[in-house]
Design a protein around this ligand. Structure first.
Ligand SMILES: Cc1cc2nc3c(=O)[nH]c(=O)nc-3n(C[C@H](O)[C@H](O)[C@H](O)COP(=O)(O)OP(=O)(O)OC[C@H]3O[C@@H](n4cnc5c(N)ncnc54)[C@H](O)[C@@H]3O)c2cc1C
Length: 407
């Protein structure tokens, strides 16, 4: 339409660090790599050829000349720095609709995150300035905690919690990269990829590049990088996982936080994804990804689908014997189970000894905690140890039975 009307169109890459077409040209055969370390080599070459640049905002926008857009009036044609309110006809046509106009009732829960670039930048700066930048410099993802009680609070966070802002474009990945680089410059002994904060931004770029260059990336069938695994299809098991009724408090607490807050820590995502797929329930990663897309504030097809393939050992990672225990894993971070007590209040008075395996508590303890297992909180839907042994046998076999589909 613009071309027909004689309007010059300038297209720029903005949502990712690099121009993904140019980045993929650096990959052998133009095909995305599924290995992070080789990806970093290609990315490094691309960034040397085309250094990252954060563009300045335009000082002035050209006037609107099209008669069809006359309704925008003077407001749309004002300079970018002007704070003039939009003309009311323009606001009707192009303004943000009210909650009432969208037929949304009053919010049922408190607002956890405010949207917009101003808020995004403030949150980013708050992270960057923690401990005078030392927090960012020392940031190593595996040392962060998945059981934080108030991840979006104003206190020191385990991770940045910037993902919803990056997803919606409120925060530019390039701005984040540039600001982190400035902190690194002041702290020469900073952490390095893959675990550093720059490393996290590169993971984002990695999955974007992969999604951009892979046909049918979002699904298992006809996806050339995805192992074809004969997952089972049990709607009951899927519903129990989705609705936090697995009987494993760590999994149910994380799925409750996901529903309530639209965000969970990366390692909690690992745990619930592993549990649904290769760890315990043997359900398809595509089903899990759909649930995440419905519930996550930061739901992003390239990142979400890529991570689900990783966790289910369908692509990128094949160490199927490394499995998350829904009992032992959370104990490493939260021995007393404060996170479980917050999200599953029916278990709040359970003794710490049984908080991750409440079905093992003697009935006297269950009564004392006012929570009878099987009545007030479900019994486990599967036996993790048994399931783990079975699924671990299945995974290596599945590679032989159903070879990878090539395009
Ligand atoms: C099964 C599964 C599904 C996921 N789905 C999504 C999703 O839909 N959207 C999403 O943004 N992230 C997703 N992630 C990746 C990661 O969990 C989140 O990006 C991270 O937890 C967001 O919190 P943060 O902003 O505090 O991250 P930080 O650790 O502070 O990292 C900063 C930014 O780097 C990027 N990043 C961090 N980790 C990853 C990663 N593993 N892969 C790609 N980019 C990363 C994100 O943009 C993040 O905001 C998923 C992970 C798993 C295991």
């Amino acid at each position: 339409m613009a071309r027909e009307r004689g309007v010059q169109v300038v297209t720029r890459w903005g949502h990712t660090l690099t121009d993904l077409d140019a980045l993929l040209k650096r990959h052998p055969g133009g095909k995305p790599t599924t290995t992070y370390s080789s990806f970093l080599n290609h990315l490094d070459k691309q960034l040397k050829a085309v250094p990252l640049a954060v563009l300045n905002k335009p000082r002035q926008l050209p006037p609107v000349v099209d008669a069809d857009l006359a309704g925008l009036g003077a407001s749309a044609a004002t300079s970018a720095s002007s704070s003039a309110a939009p003309a009311s006809d323009a606001a009707d046509a192009f303004g943000v609709p009210s909650a009432a106009a969208l037929c949304l009732g009053p919010a049922t829960s408190g607002v956890i995150l405010r949207g917009g670039e101003t808020e995004a930048l403030a949150r980013m700066e708050a992270c960057l300035s923690q401990q005078g930048g030392a927090w960012v410099a020392a940031f190593e993802k595996p040392s962060t905690s998945p059981t934080e009680i108030d991840p979006f609070g104003q206190h020191t966070r385990s991770t940045t919690c910037l993902s919803p802002y990056l997803k919606f474009g409120c925060l530019s990945a390039r701005v984040l990269h540039e600001r982190v680089a400035a902190v690194y410059a002041a702290h020469p002994k900073h952490a390095k990829p893959p675990t550093s904060l720059h490393g996290q931004v590169y993971w984002r770029e990695f999955y974007y590049a992969c999604a951009h260059g892979t046909p049918n990336y979002e699904m298992m069938a006809a996806n050339p990088i995805c192992r074809q695994i004969p997952w089972e299809d049990d709607p009951e098991l899927l519903a129990a996982w989705r609705e936090a009724r697995t009987g494993y408090p760590w999994i149910d607490a994380a799925m409750t936080q996901l529903r309530e807050e639209g965000w969970i820590h990366h390692l909690a995502r690992h745990a619930v994804a592993c549990f649904l797929t290769r760890g315990d329930l043997w359900q398809s990663w595509e089903k899990g990804a759909e649930v995440f897309e419905e519930l996550l504030l930061d739901a992003d097809p390239a990142i979400n689908r890529g991570n689900w393939m990783w966790l289910s050992c369908s692509c990128f990672f094949y160490q199927y014997f490394r499995c998350y225990s829904p009992v032992a894993f959370p104990k490493k971070y939260d021995k007393d189970g404060a996170y479980v007590r917050k999200w599953l209040p029916q278990l709040k008075d359970f003794p710490a000894k049984y908080i991750y395996e409440p079905w093992k508590a003697p009935i006297a303890d269950q009564k004392k905690a006012n929570c009878i297992i099987g009545q007030d909180y479900p019994k486990p839907i599967v036996n993790h140890e048994l399931k783990r042994a079975l699924t671990q046998q299945k995974l290596p076999m599945s590679k032989k039975v159903l070879p990878r589909v090539e395009p």
